[in-house]
Design a protein around this ligand. Structure first.
Ligand SMILES: [Zn+2]
Length: 272
């Protein structure tokens, strides 16, 4: 109880300092210094590095950054987690989204957020160049090793993403738009940048983030397009998942949304 109280004081302090600065994330005296472990996953003749940042003891909240170019999300999340505690799994790929690898000298490429189903793996290999049975198998093994970072004890997977101005936004899910069928419910607020969204498999998280005034999307876990993304995998497997996504560079907004989410998740855990 005492620990939770301390945690909320830190959250409140951070929100206060954010409100004051509004420019950059100012957090004085982080509570936790992370331990960082680097693991190399072989894929064909290549290796993909994954870094695990652990802030304090594992607390059932696990963050994952799949797209290595989306550094705003990681910078904001690490600043917050230094005060709250938590874990980040980060795919390292020279700040590039698409991951290259070689098998017997032949080069393949894939999007790491399209590899959590057979259909997704085949599609992303094809879209990014070559495909072969060996490449499909190698990517599938990598996907399985990423999923192994999520034990059943995890109460929520938090995906850390960024996007570019209006390329993908809450508008993509509104009636008549490209991804309308992927959403069961959408809350869109004029006060918010359309690019800043919370996208979740969970009706309660959807409601609570919308209640906070953030653009929120509840994935239709039955009818969503099976594209091999982590949200679809989690929807299919009843895993609680939320993606916090802002435009590149919006560190303050990201940290504010991420802190609101953590407050909701910690509140939930207190009830359990
Ligand atoms: Zn992304």
């Amino acid at each position: 109880m005492k620990k939770i109280l301390i945690l909320f004081i830190f959250l409140a302090q951070n929100l206060f300092s954010l409100a004051q600065s509004n420019e950059s994330l100012v957090i004085s005296q982080p509570f936790y210094v992370p331990t960082i472990e680097t693991i190399e996953h072989p894929i064909g003749d290549s290796k993909i590095k994954v870094k695990i940042y652990q802030y304090g003891e594992p607390n059932h909240i696990l963050c994952i950054n799949l797209h290595a170019n989306e550094t705003t999300s990681v910078n904001a999340a690490t600043a917050v987690l230094a005060n709250t505690g938590g874990t980040i799994v980060r795919v390292m790929n020279n700040e590039q989204r698409v991951i290259p690898f070689k098998i017997n000298g032949v080069r393949y490429r894939f999007d790491p957020n399209r590899i959590f189903s057979d259909v997704g793996i085949q599609q992303t290999l094809r879209e990014n160049g070559r495909i072969s049975a060996a490449a499909i198998k190698a990517v599938d093994q990598f996907a399985k090793s990423l999923l192994a970072y999520f034990p059943d004890s995890i109460s929520c997977i938090v995906a850390l993403h960024n996007n570019t101005n209006e390329a993908y936004s809450v508008k993509s899910y509104l009636p008549g738009s490209r991804r309308e069928k992927d959403a069961k419910a959408v809350a869109s607020f004029a006060s918010q940048d359309v690019d800043d969204i919370a996208f979740t498999t969970d009706s309660l998280l959807y409601k609570k983030m919308a209640d906070c005034g953030y653009n929120s999307i509840w994935q239709d876990n039955i009818n969503v397009k099976q594209d091999g993304s982590l949200s679809v995998y989690c929807g299919n497997n009843n895993i609680r998942y939320i993606n916090i996504e802002t435009q590149h560079g919006s560190v303050s907004q990201y940290a504010t949304m991420f802190e609101s989410l953590l407050a909701i998740l910690f509140e939930d855990m207190k009830k359990e």
